[in-house]
Design a protein around this ligand. Structure first.
Ligand SMILES: CC(C)(COP(=O)(O)OP(=O)(O)OC[C@H]1O[C@@H](n2cnc3c(N)ncnc32)[C@H](O)[C@@H]1OP(=O)(O)O)[C@@H](O)C(=O)NCCC(=O)NCCS
Length: 223
């Protein structure tokens, strides 16, 4: 098996492999072109066929892993682990993070076996996709003076609070106070907005995702 850089011409094969791997329509088809432009997009290849993929994006003081998929006929042969380790090595980051749906036992088992540990829990609420400005206009959100006290999601990546450079916004939805961030999709630190796609810390009606972190300094201390 070889681990190689993705090529633009791999798109059709990758989309088909990812949809079989996930068992449903996969967001990889929408994000493929963007991932070719930013970060490092890797593929695992056996006999000329793509059997696994992963994308890594490096930020100021951490790397973010995403899009790990292994072909359904090639599971439990170490491909997922190898792709993850390769992406971790390429990133050269001391801190590496990723997001896994709470009920995804194989992926959680893989991450914990590589010393990733839970650092946060986020809820995803499906619904109509709307920009921050559309939501802000319809709810009459106002800038608040407070600063953010917790990590947050933007573009389906988790960031520590120091990365958030805009304001917090307050308003009400269904007679409940909301505290929102200017992210895509909108992130709610407090409250709920029914029927609109958003991420939040509110479990009500949401799908739970676990944010995990690998910190090489902790691993060195344990060794
Ligand atoms: C999660 C996934 C990438 C794992 O790929 P894989 O190549 O089968 O994983 P590996 O063979 O490298 O497994 C490494 C370790 O992960 C854990 N693991 C993997 N699959 C597992 C399963 N079905 N049940 C329990 N543990 C599992 C084990 O600890 C395993 O080590 P072991 O085989 O020595 O016991 C694969 O199942 C997949 O593509 N799933 C669908 C897409 C997905 O969920 N992606 C992750 C989104 S965050």
């Amino acid at each position: 098996m070889e681990i190689l850089r993705m090529l633009k011409s791999d798109k059709v094969e990758v989309v088909s492999m990812a949809e079989t791997a996930s068992g449903h329509a996969d967001y990889i088809k929408d994000i493929f072109d963007e991932w070719m432009e930013s970060g490092v997009f890797l593929k695992a290849v056996i006999d000329g066929r793509i059997v696994g993929i992963i994308h890594v994006r490096v930020f100021k003081d951490f790397a973010w892993l995403e899009g790990l998929r292994v072909h359904i006929s090639h599971r439990r042969r170490g491909i997922g682990r190898l792709l993850t380790l390769k992406a971790m090595g390429i990133s050269r980051s001391k801190v590496i993070r990723l997001l896994i749906r709470k009920n995804n036992k194989p992926s959680l088992a893989l991450a914990t076996s590589l010393s990733f540990r839970q650092i946060d829990k986020i809820y995803y609420h499906g619904g109509t996709s709307k920009s921050f400005s559309e939501i802000s206009m319809s709810l009459g959100l106002k800038r608040a003076k407070e600063t953010l006290q917790c990590g947050y999601m933007d573009g389906w990546r988790w960031f520590p609070r120091e990365y958030y450079l805009s304001s917090l916004f307050i308003g009400t939805s269904d007679n409940e106070e909301i505290v929102a961030l200017e992210t895509s999709p909108i992130f709610l630190v407090k409250g709920n907005i029914k029927g609109i796609e958003h991420a939040s810390r509110n479990p009500r009606g949401g799908s739970c995702f676990i944010v995990l972190e690998y910190n090489s300094m902790d691993v060195v201390k344990l060794a």
